[in-house]
Design a protein around this ligand. Structure first.
Ligand code: UT7
Length: 333
């Protein structure tokens, strides 16, 4: 393939309100000590009531376009599990609010792996010549689906948005996406789910009392799958690129739990220091996690131009994915 999708812009946005572990401990049976030692998370950003996923996505998208020095793109893809509404998609609204006229715009739903699935989709649009430039946004407002009484999910998740611009380029350029490895296992679909509100269990006036509209996660089981699948996907992507595992200079991991990241590093026999950590300040931001972690790593100097990089994620579905690239000379806005 002589036409590649090349990373050429990066933008992020976090809602201003910060909720610390101590804030959570003031209303739930939890503690800063428990959350830090079991997850590595210290605080997270939470959207104000009335703030929807598109609001975050527009801000991150605008910044990614600025980072890429572009006014427009040929397509917008929004990866999210918390669309503004079940129907229509969030991406067309985001495109309109960014002033992108009538470009192609659609959502991708692969829970916490959504950003990598959206990257793969954009990669395909560019490879096929359907688009030359694509804005890929991962954005989620998990606070809108968390059970206020569920200490295990409220401790982990935070709200946020991150976006990249991909443009058509050559495979040897820094920033060119390498092989994208994607997978799923629907036999585990009940390990992460929102039980009600879809076609399986529609919310109707007569049954609304029995409905469960909240995000549910079997944490321990998900933890185990996440370690295995992220490590396998990363190794697969690395092998397809022609690298050895030890060649990976920076591993941008989905930021779900610091213990998961350490376990992936240990399993791949990589130093834990090659896994930049962002979740201590933002928690698990679902589809936004990978681009937010990339931007934080560039800002801190942990991710530098030319470095051999892997991004890998795991999420509900179950779904997982990984992708390789050499970091380009791109600066987050
Ligand atoms: O983003 C995509 C996928 N998501 C993930 O990758 C998340 C994967 N899972 C995890 O990160 C962890 O499983 C959690 C952080 C969610 C939970 O940690 P854990 O060490 O697996 O705890 P657990 O679920 O086995 O629960 C152990 C105990 C339970 O109490 P009992 O039943 O032993 O009395 C929980 O109720 O810890 C309790 N617990 C808490 N205690 C204090 C769970 N959450 C909390 C909390 N504060 N926030």
């Amino acid at each position: 393939m002589d036409r590649a999708a090349v990373l050429s812009g990066l933008g992020t946005w976090l809602p201003p309100r910060v909720v610390t572990n101590d804030d959570l401990a003031s209303e739930l049976d939890t503690s800063d000590e428990w959350i830090r030692s079991r997850t590595g998370i210290g605080r997270r950003h939470v959207a104000e009531p009335g703030m929807a996923t598109s609001d975050l996505a527009v801000e991150a998208g605008r910044r990614a376009l600025k980072s890429a020095s572009l006014d427009t793109v040929d397509a917008v893809i929004v990866a999210t599990t918390t669309p503004d509404r079940p129907c229509p998609g969030t991406a067309p609204l985001v495109a309109a609010q960014l002033g992108l006229d009538t470009v192609a715009a659609f959502d991708v739903g692969a829970v916490c792996t959504g950003f990598l699935y959206a990257l793969a989709t954009a990669n395909g649009l560019i490879a096929a010549g359907t688009a030359h430039t694509v804005l890929v946004i991962g954005a989620d407002v998990y606070s809108s689906i968390l059970d206020p009484q569920d200490r295990s999910t409220r401790a982990i998740f935070g709200d946020g948005a991150g976006a990249v611009v991909l443009r058509a380029g050559a495979p040897h350029e820094a920033g060119a996406l390498g092989p994208l490895v994607l997978g799923s296992d629907g036999t585990g679909s009940e390990l992460i789910m929102v039980p009600s509100g879809g076609s399986r269990d529609p919310v109707r006036a007569a049954t609304v009392q029995q409905a469960d509209p909240y995000f549910r996660m079997a944490g321990k089981s998900v933890f185990r799958h996440a370690v295995e699948r992220m490590a396998e996907a990363a190794l697969d992507a690395v092998a397809q690129t022609g690298w050895e595992a030890g060649d990976i200079e920076v591993f941008i991991a989905h930021q779900a739990n610091l213990r998961i990241m350490h376990a992936v590093a240990d399993r791949m026999q990589l130093p834990r220091s090659r896994f930049p950590v962002h979740l201590d300040r933002v928690g698990n931001t679902a589809a936004a996690s990978i681009p937010l972690a990339m931007a934080d790593a560039v800002t801190s100097g942990a991710l530098r131009p030319g470095q051999r990089t892997v991004a890998a994620a795991f999420g509900g579905g179950l779904t997982w994915g990984a992708c390789t690239f050499r970091w380009p000379d791109v600066h987050p806005v």
